[in-house]
Design a protein around this ligand. Structure first.
Ligand SMILES: Nc1ncnc2c1ncn2[C@@H]1O[C@H](COP(=O)(O)OP(=O)(O)OP(=O)(O)O)[C@@H](O)[C@H]1O
Ligand SMILES: O=C(O)[C@H](O)COP(=O)(O)O
Length: 479
């Protein structure tokens, strides 16, 4: 069936947002107030509560550039890059990384992105003569569970770091203490899965104290777990000083807060995924700041239904119809150009081999469900994206796990890759969108691919990240 242009593309209003000066992640400060409105900075993991303050988020952002507004106070979390060689040499450093990587049935790593992302901090520490005590969780074990051991990570870690990593069979206790005592300067000891103790997720203070007792100072580089207040991400900071951010954590904040809070405009967000309910916070937060909002994925059917369209047996959240109407009205009031797909690929069942056809969004027959955005929508989305300078993407456009319904998601991935090559800042917010970008083979050309699913979502929603909040403040500098 031929695709058709339907009247349901909403272009509520042309953008009225003013253009801001270039603020790529390398710019020297981020103005959180522009991103979050009056939301307290605390919710982003920063200790200051005055949204009018300009905040620096990464170590390189600590450098006072002299470009700032008069009297603006710059604050940041202290970074591993701020510690001198003398502060690191011979010191036992507890590094919390997020090495929660996927393993197949034979315990082979199927995606080592998170391991590679943790390497710069580890290498920096060993090059400065520190003794690295590396820790992470893997999966969600209930007690000691061999299949969640970190042992399968040792060969890849050793290869990437360039030295043989020593592996402990526990994360606390006398055996670990012995291994720490014999660790040479520049050595790396990998602790066993911190979640083998239930006290980890309970953020038990006594347990945090035991972890902290292994080391002299603390580096948190686990962005993917920064939204969890656990013993190894939050609790230990009470007993280890300094407690500072690693390079990955900084980079994530730099892009997800920095570029998004003060973007080069026009600034577009693409939000997809299954449900409106899981993305309400993100959509509301982005509506405060974006010029263009493109919606795809399963959530669009709730918006269609809210506008009185028939959606067949597509995914709909009946209790979110009113919310969808409110979000559309909010976009209009904010001057955001909100685009819903004009056509969809429908299926006669939720299966990879389902019969499919392309129909206007206004013509979904009974018994059929929308599983992807259609070709006209892809064209319209691409045209809208062509006008932008910054794009953030969170959530797939369709059921991309089924090849037949992966076309929309893959087209968006390719478009972002193309635009990235033309100087547009492209940020992929984690989770399934990252998987899609990797599947298409364009991950390396994006400006930033977040290593955090839940963490990046919470950050974009403006929520507090306890793992960041707990770190030491960098010295405030008046500029
Ligand atoms: N039209 C649709 N109908 C049903 N499910 C859909 C549809 N479009 C996308 N999905 C499903 O949405 C899921 C992803 O939704 P989710 O809300 O978890 O997004 P996400 O942003 O990738 O998640 P994360 O929080 O991990 O980043 C995918 O498994 C995909 O198959
Ligand atoms: O994969 C993730 O999102 C992080 O590693 C956090 O894992 P969790 O959701 O099990 O806390």
């Amino acid at each position: 069936m031929a695709s058709a242009t339907a009247p349901t593309t909403l272009s509520l209003l042309p953008t009225t947002k003013s253009s801001s000066p270039s603020a790529s992640p390398s710019s020297s400060r981020v103005h959180l107030s522009s991103f979050l409105g009056a939301r307290p900075l605390r919710r982003l993991g920063f200790a200051a509560a005055d949204p009018l303050l300009a905040v620096q988020v990464a170590s390189k952002l600590r450098t006072v550039s002299g470009r700032g507004a008069r009297g603006v106070v710059s604050m940041a979390k202290k970074s591993v890059g701020d510690l001198s060689a003398a502060e690191l040499k011979g010191k036992k450093v507890f590094v919390r990384a997020d090495l929660n990587v996927p393993l197949d049935d034979n315990q082979n790593i199927t995606d080592d992105t998170r391991i590679r992302a943790a390497i710069p901090t580890i290498k920096h520490l060993i090059q400065n003569g520190a003794k690295v005590i590396l820790s992470s969780h893997l999966g969600r074990p209930k007690g000691v569970t061999p299949k969640y051991s970190l042992a399968p990570l040792v060969p890849r870690l050793s290869e990437l770091i360039g030295i043989q990593v020593i592996k402990a069979d526990d994360s606390i206790g006398p055996e670990v203490e012995k291994l720490v005592a014999s660790l040479p300067e520049g050595g790396v000891l990998l602790l066993e899965n911190v979640r083998f103790y239930k006290e980890e997720e309970k953020n038990d203070p006594e347990h945090a104290k035991k972890l902290a007792s292994l080391a002299d100072l603390y580096v948190n580089d686990a962005f993917g777990t920064a939204h969890r207040a656990h013993a190894s991400t939050e609790g230990v900071t009470k007993y280890l000083k300094p407690s500072v951010a690693g390079f990955l954590l900084q980079k994530e904040l730099d892009y997800l807060v920095g570029a998004v809070s003060s973007p080069k405009r026009p600034f577009a967000a693409i939000v997809g995924g299954s449900k409106v309910s899981s993305k309400i916070g993100v959509i509301e937060s982005l509506l405060e700041n974006v010029d263009i909002l493109l919606l795809g994925g399963g959530m669009i059917f709730t918006f269609y239904k809210a506008q009185g369209l028939s959606v067949g047996s597509s995914l709909v959240e009946e209790d979110k119809l009113e919310l969808a109407t409110t979000l559309l009205a909010k976009a209009k009031a904010k001057g955001v150009s909100l685009l819903l797909p004009s056509d969809v690929v429908i299926a006669d069942k939720f299966a990879p081999d389902a019969n499919s056809q392309v129909v206007p969004a206004s013509a979904i027959p009974d018994g059929w469900m929308g599983l992807d955005i259609g070709p006209d929508s892809i064209k319209t989305f691409n045209e809208a994206l062509d006008t932008t300078k910054t794009i953030i993407w969170n959530g797939p456009m369709g059921v991309f796990e089924f090849d037949k319904f992966a076309v929309g998601t893959e087209a968006i991935a390719k478009k972002l890759a193309d635009l990235s090559g033309k100087g547009v800042t492209t940020i992929i917010g984690g989770g399934d969108s990252v998987a899609a970008v990797e599947k298409v083979g364009v991950a390396s050309v994006m400006s930033h691919i977040s290593t955090g699913g839940g963490a990046s979502l919470e950050l974009l929603e403006g929520k507090e990240l306890p793992g960041v909040l707990a770190l030491d403040e960098a010295t405030p500098v008046a500029v």
